[in-house]
Design a binder for this molecule. Structure first.
Ligand SMILES: Cc1cc2nc3c(=O)[nH]c(=O)nc-3n(C[C@H](O)[C@H](O)[C@H](O)COP(=O)(O)OP(=O)(O)OC[C@H]3O[C@@H](n4cnc5c(N)ncnc54)[C@H](O)[C@@H]3O)c2cc1C
Length: 403
């Protein structure tokens, strides 16, 4: 079996693994990326992703945004309301001295842009195939890499990065446990045209069944993400456009006017999977392998990207000091870099999902108090907005500054 010695092996070429490969490129490490691919190509992912300002800063600096066919659609206003509750929250970017809180891209366009950026890195070893953890670690962690159309290879890396998604075979092989929670929801993803939807406004409408979010997109469309009970999803997917438009109207109400047209739909199962540790010997977890969270609040990729960017910051230090990139000290430093952002973002998205869906009098009281505080307390508003824009804890260098 051919043997390849690397500084860093990235397992998983989803949005986070590809971002990491691109961000690592200037450091001059010997890097390999192996990706098994998914049921559908990354470039045909129909979801609409809200990218926080911190993510846009980084993806801009990495030259990825320039590869998108259309620029991100800016989010300048955020409206949050709850079915059956009084009041709503309104955040305007101008109030915080910003042009926008972030922007919306088609996940498939972002995937294609990242894959182009990866393909433009001649020094990166890219294999389309499957990696499997092998026993044994000392100065390198071994992997058996089975390319799709070539004999298996042995990779020995000083640091293995598991960017291998929610099920993360590498996390399991390293014996890292998980905490998980089933929200009892499936997410329907679609696009729709609304009669009175403002082109730069994102809406989050909370309900007993889960959130219904509208994200501004190019061409006057809005992306729709709607939580539904899992057993209702197949029938909703099968509905004709008129019936589905009526369903969306009922779920979202009339805040954006009448639903004029709906596009193709897809369904995404939903659960929370959080790794109990981020590292093992010469192994670090990033993205969905580290934490898969409820998409409410649009934090998942944004958080995973910051995992990758923080790792790059630490590895840059290791490089400049000629240190081992996979040493225990380096990994401990990474865990500390990620601690505050990870804890706060996990707590934010989980409490939004649970409190937002709760229908007891206590939930209602908690929401009313929380909404009132967030609507009227300037320091709380500023902290909420900074977090939503991706500035929590120690911000990675490429993500830039909050102000
Ligand atoms: C409906 C929905 C809406 C969302 N909206 C937002 C949003 O608005 N904003 C936001 O920030 N986030 C959002 N997210 C979250 C975001 O999509 C994820 O955080 C992100 O896609 C995770 O990427 P990843 O690279 O970590 O994992 P994945 O996309 O799961 O990639 C893992 C990769 O690893 C590969 N792999 C697995 N095992 C192996 C192996 N053994 N060998 C080789 N390769 C392997 C897989 O083939 C895959 O390509 C949303 C999620 C959902 C479900």
């Amino acid at each position: 079996m051919e043997c390849r010695d690397l500084d860093i092996a990235i397992v998983g070429g989803g949005l986070v693994g590809c971002s990491l490969a691109v961000a690592l490129a200037p450091l001059g490490f010997a890097v390999g990326l192996v990706d098994a691919g998914g049921p559908q190509p990354l470039s045909s992912d129909p979801r609409k992703l809200a990218l926080a300002a911190a993510s846009l800063n980084a993806l801009g600096a990495l030259g990825v945004l320039a590869r998108l066919p259309t620029p991100p659609s800016p989010i300048r206003r955020l409206l949050v309301s709850r079915e059956g509750d009084f009041g709503r929250l309104c955040f305007e970017a101008a109030e915080f001295g910003r042009d926008a809180f972030g922007g919306v891209v088609l996940a498939g366009d972002l995937g294609a842009a990242l894959q182009q950026a990866v393909a433009a890195l001649p020094q990166l070893q890219v294999v389309r195939g499957h990696a499997e953890a092998l026993e044994g670690t000392a100065d390198r962690r071994p992997l058996r890499v089975q390319p799709e159309v070539a004999p298996a290879e042995l990779w020995r890396a000083r640091l293995v990065v598991a960017a291998d998604g929610t099920a993360s075979p590498l996390r399991a092989a390293a014996g890292i446990g998980i905490d998980h929670h089933d929200y009892g929801q499936t997410l329907l993803v679609a696009s729709a045209r609304w009669a009175a939807a403002s082109p730069d406004t994102a809406h989050e409408r909370l309900s007993d069944h889960g959130p219904c979010a509208l994200l501004p997109m190019a061409g006057g469309l809005h992306g729709v993400i709607c939580g539904v009970p899992p057993d209702a999803a197949p029938a909703l997917l099968a509905q004709n456009d008129t019936d589905f438009a009526d369903y969306l109207q009922t779920r979202f109400g009339w805040r954006a006017g009448r639903v004029l047209a709906v596009g193709a739909r897809s369904a995404w199962p939903l659960r929370r999977v959080v790794a109990r540790r981020l590292v093992a010997e010469r192994l670090v977890l990033v993205g969905h392998a580290a934490q898969t969270i409820h998409p409410i609040g649009a934090q998942g990729f944004n958080l995973g990207l910051r995992d990758a960017l923080s790792l790059v910051d630490g590895l840059e230090e290791a490089r400049s000091m000629a240190e081992d990139p996979g040493s225990a000290a380096r990994l401990a430093d990474h865990v500390e870099r990620r601690r505050e952002d990870r804890e706060r973002t996990l707590a934010f998205s989980d409490s939004l999902a649970r409190i937002g869906a709760g229908s007891t009098p206590l939930h209602r009281l908690g929401r009313s108090l929380g909404f009132a505080a967030l609507q009227f307390d300037p320091s709380l508003r500023a902290a909420f907005v900074a977090g939503a824009m991706g500035f929590r804890g120690r911000t990675p260098r490429l993500a830039g500054e909050a102000a």
